[in-house]
Design a protein around this ligand. Structure first.
Ligand SMILES: Nc1nc2c(ncn2[C@@H]2O[C@H](COP(=O)(O)OP(=O)(O)OP(=O)(O)O)[C@@H](O)[C@H]2O)c(=O)[nH]1
Ligand SMILES: [Mg+2]
Length: 333
């Protein structure tokens, strides 16, 4: 039933062929390269890395933006409108929507949820939903790869959409230059999520859905947050906005752009990108170790042979000291 029509198996391109199509600006090739990047098979991700290495690094800096917030707060709606403003300023925009649903639900749910129809249809934009689960070693390394890929094929603005803050697998702060955090107008009693994590990562807090009968509540929420963030030593801008109003969104983009241009002129921007090298290395090392010790045939054999040496005796336990020694030998070798 699932495979009602058996699709003719399209031939996988070689690394050289895919690179050539990418340089020619082929969108299907870009989607294919991303699928390679997200593969759980090391030999496929290896091919992705070869493609990436063949593409030229960008010659000027891109804009990297993170949009975060709880499910349903309006991230995609906002990006759909905000993206139009970026295109209007001459940028080529790639949107990487990190979806927390499992790999298994890929395709169906992702397709419905992303809903950035105008951007998806626009030649100057590329929208990619990516699952955030199913990767050993976390999502950070993969997302960084996708950002790099997009920039090497000519996108100069990247938006990463992630659900949640802090608890999210994707350390958005370590991927982008500017983090926008979307919140809803609160019912008034509590400051939802003014937990430290929120303020630590956000450059802008946007109280979204400030329209209809929610304008007053949004303004009250905005004021609460503004006074809360004034206690912090880093500057966080708090605004209210309706993602459904293109005028407001465009005006907001002008302020973000202005802020970014100012930041570029200071050491702060490069300093931040330098810090990200370290978090990139950390995530790459964890992926490399997992591939080496867990995802390889030798790794699995070795674990099985170690297990054989660690007998569970009548006490129901095994010799952990010996086990640790075995692991030390294994990782030293
Ligand atoms: N009234 C109003 N509705 C909005 C606004 N922004 C988004 N919505 C609505 O809120 C719902 C959720 O919007 P999405 O953009 O899908 O939210 P999201 O944060 O991307 O959700 P997930 O991707 O599931 O995490 C949709 O029905 C939108 O139409 C807004 O500014 N005002
Ligand atoms: Mg969304």
């Amino acid at each position: 039933v699932l495979n009602r029509v058996s699709q003719p198996q399209r031939k996988e391109p070689t690394v050289a062929e895919l690179t050539k199509s990418l340089i020619a600006g082929d969108r299907a090739a870009l989607a294919r390269a991303m699928t390679w990047a997200e593969s759980t098979r090391p030999e496929v991700t290896q091919r992705f890395r070869e493609v990436l290495d063949r593409l030229p690094r960008p010659t000027s800096p891109s804009i990297r933006l993170g949009v975060s917030g709880t499910p349903g707060v309006g991230k995609s709606t906002f990006i759909e409108a905000f993206g139009q403003s970026l295109l209007g300023s001459g940028f080529r925009l790639a949107v990487l929507a990190i979806d927390p649903s499992s790999l298994a639900s890929r395709g169906s749910i992702l397709g419905d949820k992303t809903r950035m129809e105008k951007l998806s249809r626009d030649e100057r934009a590329f929208v990619r939903p990516s699952p955030s689960r199913g990767f050993l070693g976390g999502t950070h390394a993969r997302t960084f790869d996708l950002i790099e890929l997009c920039e090497r094929v000519g996108f100069d603005a990247i938006i990463v959409e992630t659900v949640g803050v802090g608890q999210s697998e994707v350390a958005i702060r370590d991927l982008v230059d500017v983090v926008l955090l979307l919140l809803q107008p609160s019912s008034g009693d509590e400051l939802q999520g003014i937990k430290r994590g929120v303020v630590e990562i956000a450059d802008w807090i946007l109280i979204n859905k400030a329209d209809g009968d929610r304008v007053a509540a949004a303004e009250a929420t905005r004021m609460e947050y503004e006074s809360a963030v004034s206690l912090f030593d880093r500057s966080v801008q708090v605004e209210k906005l309706s993602a459904l109003d293109p005028k407001q969104v465009t005006a907001f983009w002008a302020r973000v752009k202005d802020g970014l241009e100012k930041k570029r002129k200071t050491e702060r921007w490069l300093g931040q990108r330098r810090q990200q090298v370290e978090s990139w290395l950390q995530s790459q090392v964890s992926v490399a170790l997992i591939e080496k010790y867990l995802h390889s045939a030798e790794g699995q054999d070795k674990i099985r042979s170690m297990a054989l040496k660690l007998e569970v005796d009548a006490s129901g336990t095994f010799d952990m000291t010996r086990g640790r020694r075995e692991i030390e030998d294994f990782t030293r070798g």
